[in-house]
Write a protein that binds this ligand. Structure first.
Ligand SMILES: [Zn+2]
Length: 229
């Protein structure tokens, strides 16, 4: 079993759809755990969205994605409140966590510690506070981190040097050695269709950046943990 930590409903598909499809076809058991699945955010909403309705729409999009995969792939929701519901106007991480954020990290750490599978967590590119929280929580199970994935669409709009800088920062701070691995190479032709299953979250530039990075790398890049320092 591989545990994929997805900050929001859509991140696993946007960032790892080809990898998940590949592993699904190889019958590798996968569980996608979405952390901040309570949200009233719609990319094309008018700002007065009804929370329950948005959660319903977003989980239905995930369900459509699940139907493209081997039925053995599990979807799990921790139903934590996303950043806007915790009072964030903008979701950029500002170098320190609020008390509510720290509580979210503790919840996630407890969840990960209750399991024993290898974990794939976001790298934290784009600096979205919820993505950074997931990344930090994964540090609590450092001997089980299998890899970090590049957060899309964010990774598609920042220079390569900035991605490498983030990898270097993580290596220095966590003393984990990370090596790049391009995954899902034979499934790249499916990515556009799979991402399009999340219309409520697709801002106009998202798909373009996701596909730009996919074509540039000829797959999805994971940073695999090589050794524990
Ligand atoms: Zn996200």
């Amino acid at each position: 079993m591989i545990e994929i930590l997805s900050p929001h409903i859509d991140d696993a598909a946007f960032s790892l759809a080809c990898f998940i499809l590949q592993k699904s076809d190889e019958n590798v058991p996968i569980e996608i755990t979405t952390c901040f699945s309570i949200s009233d955010y719609l990319a094309n909403g008018n700002g007065s969205n009804v929370l329950e309705e948005v959660v319903r729409i977003r989980k239905a999009e995930d369900h459509d994605f699940s139907r493209q995969l081997n039925p053995s792939v599990k979807f799990n929701y921790l139903d934590l409140d996303d950043a806007p519901l915790r009072g964030y106007q903008k979701c950029g991480f500002q170098d320190c966590f609020s008390e509510a954020d720290q509580q979210q990290i503790r919840s996630l750490q407890a969840y990960l510690k209750s399991k024993d599978s290898p974990v794939i967590a976001p790298l934290g590119l784009g600096n979205h506070v919820d993505h950074i929280i997931c990344h930090r929580a994964a540090e609590a199970v450092r001997n089980r981190i299998f890899a970090f994935y590049e957060d899309l669409p964010y990774a598609g709009r920042i220079p390569e040097a900035e991605i490498l800088e983030r990898v270097e920062y993580i290596q220095n701070n966590s003393r984990l050695r990370l090596m790049p691995l391009i995954a899902g190479t034979n499934y790249t032709h499916r990515k556009e269709q799979l991402c399009s299953l999340y219309p409520s979250q697709l801002k106009d530039w998202y798909l373009e950046k996701i596909l730009h990075q996919l074509n540039r790398l000829r797959g999805e890049r994971l940073w695999v943990v090589q050794e524990y320092g």
